[in-house]
Design a protein around this ligand. Structure first.
Ligand code: CUA
Length: 306
C-alpha cells in the first residue's frame, strides 16, 4: 500500500498522444527483436542454438574415455590428442581442471562435438573467437562445429569451478595441410600409438605395466593436477615421488609417510584420509579406477622415480 492512494478510475483517462507514440515505438521494437531472435539462429555467427540430451556423468565419462582410447594419436602434456574424422561425433569431457582431449581439426570440415562435465558446471569458451557455452554435468551438449580458419585455439573455462579454474585451458588446433602439424609440434601425431595388448594368461611385463599406467594417467584425468615435470600447483608432482617422504595431514595431525605402494593405493581409494601438506585447498576426488588401473598407475609412478 502506498502512502497516497491513486485517484480512483485513473486508468480510464485518455492516454495522451505522446504516450501512445511511445507505446507504438516500443511495440515495434519488441517485434523487431523477436524477428531478430529467429533470424539470429540462421544468420548469427556466434552461440548457435543446439541440441542437448540428458545423460549421466558415469555414462558420458565412459563414452568419452572409450572414444579417446580408440581415437588417440598422441599425448600433449598428459592430455590425450585426438584427430577426429570430418563429420564424426567427437566427445569432449570437462572436469576439474582440464579439457580432454586436445583436438586436431581440418579446416572447413564439420564435426559434431558432444560436450559434458564430469563434475561441476564449466564454461566452454573458444578463444580468440568469441564462442561461449555452458557445460553442465548430466547433459550432453551437441555442437556442430566447422572451423573456417587455421590456427591454435584455446578452450578457456569461463565458469568458476574451484581452485584450479585458472589452469583449465584446453586446445583445438585447426590445420589445412599435413605440414601444418609441424607448427604445433604435432608432426608425429598422425596415427594411434600401438595399444598394449595383454597376451593370453601371461603376466604383464614391467614395461607393459608402465605403458598401461601412463595410459591411465592420461585417460582417467590424473594429468589434470599431477604433473610429471616437477610442477606442483594443485597436487604433488609424480616424478621423483616414489620412495620419497611426504608430510601429510591425518586426522588433523601432521605426520611423515613414505610414498610406497600402500600409500598410493590408499591415496587413490580414500583421498581424504591423508592429505599432503600444502594441498589442503585442492582436495582430490575419488576416481572411477579399478584395482588393476591402480597397479598400473603405481608402476608408472615408480618408473618416474628411477
Ligand atoms: Cu572449469 Cu572453471
Amino acid at each position: 500500500m502506498s502512502l497516497l492512494s491513486p485517484v480512483e478510475g485513473w486508468y480510464y483517462k485518455k492516454v495522451s498522444k505522446d504516450e501512445k507514440m511511445w507505446m507504438v515505438i516500443a511495440l515495434i521494437l519488441c517485434l523487431m527483436m523477436f524477428v531478430w531472435m529467429i533470424m539470429w539462429h540462421v544468420y548469427g555467427k556466434q552461440n548457435p542454438s543446439s541440441l542437448t540430451y540428458k545423460t549421466s556423468t558415469a555414462e558420458f565419462s565412459k563414452l568419452s574415455e572409450a572414444y579417446i582410447k580408440n581415437n588417440m594419436v598422441g599425448v600433449d602434456k598428459g592430455i590425450p590428442v585426438v584427430r577426429p574424422k570430418p563429420n564424426s561425433d567427437v566427445f569432449v569431457l570437462a572436469e576439474m581442471w582440464r579439457w580432454s582431449p586436445v583436438l586436431i581439426l581440418q579446416k572447413d570440415q564439420s564435426y559434431k562435438l558432444h560436450i559434458s562435465s564430469r563434475d561441476v558446471l564449466h564454461g566452454f569458451s573458444i578463444q580468440p573467437v568469441n564462442m561461449n557455452f555452458q557445460v553442465y554435468p548430466q547433459y550432453d551438449y551437441v555442437l556442430t562445429f566447422k572451423p573456417t580458419e587455421t590456427g591454435e585455439y584455446k578452450v578457456i573455462c569461463n565458469e568458476f569451478c574451484g581452485i584450479g579454474h585458472h589452469t583449465m585451458i584446453g586446445k583445438i588446433v585447426v590445420i589445412d595441410k599435413e605440414e601444418d602439424l609441424k607448427l604445433y609440434g604435432y608432426e608425429n601425431m598422425k596415427k594411434a600409438p600401438d595399444p598394449v595388448v595383454k597376451k593370453t594368461n601371461e603376466p604383464l611385463t614391467e614395461q607393459e605395466m608402465v605403458l598401461l599406467g601412463e595410459q591411465a594417467y592420461t585417460l582417467k584425468g590424473c594429468a589434470a593436477c599431477h604433473k610429471i615435470d616437477g610442477t606442483k600447483e594443485l597436487a604433488p608432482a609424480w616424478n621423483g615421488l616414489f620412495g620419497k617422504s611426504e608430510e601429510v595431514r591425518e586426522n588433523g595431525k601432521i605426520i611423515s609417510v613414505k610414498v610406497d605402494e600402500d600409500y598410493i593405493k590408499e591415496s587413490i581409494k580414500q583421498p581424504q584420509q591423508k592429505i599432503t601438506v600444502g594441498f589442503e585447498k585442492s582436495p582430490m576426488p575419488v576416481f572411477p579406477v579399478t584395482d588393476e588401473d591402480i597397479d598400473h598407475i603405481i608402476a608408472y609412478i615408480k618408473s618416474l622415480s628411477k
